[in-house]
Write a protein that binds this ligand. Structure first.
Ligand code: NAD
Ligand code: UD1
Length: 360
């Protein structure tokens, strides 16, 4: 299938592009590289031994996006492109509504114009807001506690209304729990810019010695050890969920919602212990105040995806940490910095395809 992946150079996107290539799909990527580097795609192409047609295009540039879709003529789109930092979204809400909501609107219009109406969308468990009704089911009422979360909620609603208005649309809203881990090669992984917002990449940077200690945001929650519990999911399991959703949409009409989580929770201290053990490095930590807006526990009821898609997360915390540690130790500074000048389609092709040529 000809699949367009927006945000395909990013963390989850790059792992999904690799699996799409391995499954034989013809993959194009649109990314503005605002939070990623074409180096991730160069490595993906090296791992897969197959090429990715890549465009440095911003979803906010509607005419350029239209041209790209017209030349690709995708049969389906997997839409990862978006901004995701909760704190930044509180400080700059308009930036988030513009990039995530207006960017998605542009994408939907551009898809409609080329008669492509099959979409897999990166939603998030953040749409369950502060719900304490665990485990979280697809039917759990939605709410938002910050502008980032509200962009996901608005997009889900927009897609629902679109599907009602025109039955040709086939949509999957995938609600991810906490994606972590990396490809087992250690060649691609999460490359946070600046101080990581999320626990796992922060712990990885403490283990490698880049940061002195982890701050544990509260140990007085009503959980087994008092620290926050989350449903961490290996990024490769998550990527497989996208391929399963794509497959499902090729046979089934309408809009569908699936949680992508393991159904099991790990505490902050579980994560720190696993990292210290697997890396063999000390991971000093200090208990501090709770982070505003955090819930004590969040984990999925993952059965709907198992029943509908035949998909189930297979990798446990040990493997998540092992793979993350391999990526972190092989790439302590993340992907190398590249020349910030935008690349045109031919230049990108040369840079990315070079990796296949290097290996042949
Ligand atoms: P990421 O930042 O690594 O990837 C997003 C990609 O989109 C980046 O490559 C970025 O350059 C690109 N992008 C952003 N705005 C763009 C625009 N206007 N035009 C073109 N490209 C643009 O993030 P990720 O962790 O891979 O997340 C992918 C998606 O999954 C996001 O929509 C995110 O909100 C969602 N999600 C992520 C998590 C998580 O914890 N990582 C959890 C739930 C949902
Ligand atoms: C955060 C976001 C959420 C987003 C999710 C996945 C907030 C309030 N929520 O959720 O919208 O969907 O990431 O990207 O930012 N922790 C520490 N020390 C740290 C970092 C985190 O103790 O330095 C704790 C947190 O309190 C939490 C757990 O670790 O209990 C996981 O935190 P994090 O990785 O930020 O994920 P979420 O809180 O689930």
């Amino acid at each position: 299938m000809r699949v367009l992946v927006t945000g395909g150079a990013g963390y989850i996107g790059s792992h999904t592009v690799l699996q799409l290539l391995e499954a034989g799909h013809q993959v194009s990527v649109v990314d503005n590289f605002s939070n990623s580097s074409p180096e991730s795609l160069r490595r993906v192409v090296g791992l897969a031994g197959r090429n990715v047609d890549t465009y440095q295009t911003d979803l906010l540039d509607r005419p350029a996006l239209g041209e790209v879709l017209a030349s690709i003529e995708p049969e389906a789109v997997i839409h990862f492109a978006g901004l995701k930092a909760v704190g930044e979204s509180v400080a700059q809400p308009l930036k988030y509504y513009k990039n995530n909501v207006a960017g998605t609107l542009n994408l939907l219009e551009a898809m409609d114009a080329v008669d492509c109406r099959t979409l897999v969308f990166s939603s998030s468990a953040t749409v369950y807001g502060e719900s304490v009704d665990l485990p979280l089911r697809e039917s759990t009422p939605r709410s938002a506690t910050n502008p980032y979360g509200r962009t996901k909620l608005h997009i889900e609603e927009m897609l629902e209304e679109l599907s009602v208005s025109d039955s040709r649309w086939r949509v999957a809203n995938l609600r991810y729990f906490n994606p972590v881990g990396a490809h087992e090669s250690g060649q691609i992984g999460e490359d946070p810019q600046g101080i990581p917002n999320n626990l796992m990449p922060f712990v990885a940077q403490v283990a490698i010695g880049k940061r002195p200690e982890v701050q544990v945001f509260g140990n007085d929650y009503a959980t087994a050890d008092g620290t926050g519990v989350r449903d961490y999911i290996h990024v490769l399991d998550l990527a497989e969920g996208h391929l399963a959703a794509l497959d499902y949409l090729s046979n089934t009409e309408g809009l569908h919602v699936w949680n992508l989580g393991t159904g099991a929770g790990s505490s902050v201290l579980d994560v720190i212990d696993a990292f210290a053990r697997i890396s063999g490095r000390p991971v000093p930590y200090r208990i501090t105040d709770r982070r505003p807006g955090d819930v004590a526990e969040s984990y999925a009821h993952p059965e709907k995806a198992r029943l509908d898609l035949g998909w189930k997360a297979e990798r446990g915390l040990e493997q998540m940490v092992e793979d993350m540690w391999r990526w972190q130790s092989k790439n302590p500074e993340g992907f190398p910095e590249l020349n910030p000048e935008p690349l045109n389609h031919e230049q990108l092709a040369k840079f990315i395809q070079g990796r296949v040529d290097d290996q042949s």
